[in-house]
Design a protein around this ligand. Structure first.
Ligand SMILES: NC(=O)c1ccc[n+]([C@@H]2O[C@H](COP(=O)([O-])OP(=O)(O)OC[C@H]3O[C@@H](n4cnc5c(N)ncnc54)[C@H](O)[C@@H]3O)[C@@H](O)[C@H]2O)c1
Length: 322
């Protein structure tokens, strides 16, 4: 097989590229900009094609030239920046996906894996919210509120359309709240669970006025990458959409406790209460991941202790090689 990863140098894309390399593949990364900062350790094991997902001939060319059999679509105009430019958000996140699907269909790609997001659910209320935190199944009603989340939901539906009507196999993965190296620089305020690690790692205080008791499903990006890898290689699947998270509710106060074990001098000041994202509605909750476990064989490897330890080690490695 030959995999092309759009956005393969981004936060999730880089871990995905690394996962494919680790499993013996040589992925082709397709991205608008070359940015080696998160893939410095695997540069000799990947190929790079510069291009924009809005440029259909370029996607066709990259797929054809590299004899691509599978596509992971991880290029996107992400949440925080999407909000201020809805037209570009729809263009990149919806039409960019359509271009990828069209190119894949034209060149007989075997599967496209689409990276969706928890935001498609919109407000998390009733028994799924505080204090009961019932696990969120894939069929919980969807009411996306932000333009990015609406685009992601449309993307999932487009993928299903292509599978049902255009003969192209697709899988959509709805990631929980992700954390891992790189997110602070790229995702602005949405990167609170990265700042909570990176501030103390850089000797800076971390302060959050409220939200320390909010539970959310925090997935370390090596697990996100594992989910993508499994979904790419899985045989014929019964479902087309999967929750990819940990299935465990964790608070930012839990983050602080683990970080202090590594950095006892860390200054962490986290207020009580809910809604650490500061959204106008409750947006946190915990995933039911049984579908991914059963159909993909997905099993999260990184609980909070292991995720934070790996995150801090990665930051040290990145500093040393910068
Ligand atoms: N990080 C998260 O919290 C999170 C959560 C859920 C879902 N997702 C989804 O996972 C995927 C990857 O997210 P990420 O965090 O790695 O994002 P990122 O912003 O770190 O990386 C996105 C990459 O896409 C590339 N890109 C953007 N626009 C492009 C275009 N028009 N043409 C070609 N390349 C383009 C950029 O160069 C960048 O490397 C996205 O689809 C995102 O929506 C992310």
């Amino acid at each position: 097989m030959k995999v092309l990863i759009t956005g393969g140098m981004g936060v999730i894309g880089a871990e995905t590229s690394r996962k494919f390399v680790k499993e013996g593949h040589r992925p082709v990364i397709f991205a608008r900009h070359r940015d080696d900062s998160l893939v410095g350790d695997i540069l000799d094991k990947i190929d790079f094609e510069q291009g924009d997902i809005l440029d259909m001939p370029r996607i066709l060319q990259a797929i054809k030239k590299n004899k691509v059999t599978h596509v992971v679509h991880a290029a996107a105009f992400v949440g925080a920046v999407s909000a201020s430019n809805p037209a570009l958000s729809v263009q990149v996140n919806v039409m960019g996906l359509v271009n990828v699907l069209e190119a894949a269909r034209a060149l007989d790609v075997q599967r496209v894996v689409f990276t969706s997001a928890k935001g498609v659910y919109g407000p998390v209320t009733g028994e799924y919210g505080s204090p009961t935190w019932k696990l969120i199944p894939e069929d919980m009603p969807k009411q996306p509120k932000r333009i990015y989340d609406s685009a992601k939901f449309m993307g999932e539906n487009i993928c299903i359309y292509y599978s049902d009507n255009m003969g192209l196999d697709t899988v959509s993965l709805r990631f929980a709240s992700t954390y891992g190296p790189g997110k602070t620089a790229r995702h602005g305020p949405m990167a609170v669970m990265s700042r909570i690690v990176e501030n103390p790692a850089n000797g800076l205080p971390f302060k959050l006025e409220k939200g320390g008791d909010d539970k959310d499903d925090f997935i370390y990006n090596k697990d996100s990458a594992a989910g993508i890898y499994l979904a790419t290689l899985a045989g014929k699947l019964k479902s087309r959409v999967f929750n990819i998270g940990t299935g465990v509710g964790v608070t930012l106060k839990d983050f602080a406790t683990v970080i202090k074990k590594h950095i006892p001098t860390a200054q962490m000041d986290i207020g009580d209460g809910l809604n650490f994202y500061g959204f106008p509605y409750p947006a946190t909750g915990v995933y039911d991941i049984s579908r991914a476990r059963e159909e993909l064989g997905y099993k999260p490897e990184y609980d909070l202790e292991k995720g934070i330890a790996d995150y801090l080690t990665s930051l040290k490695r990145m500093k040393a090689t910068a």
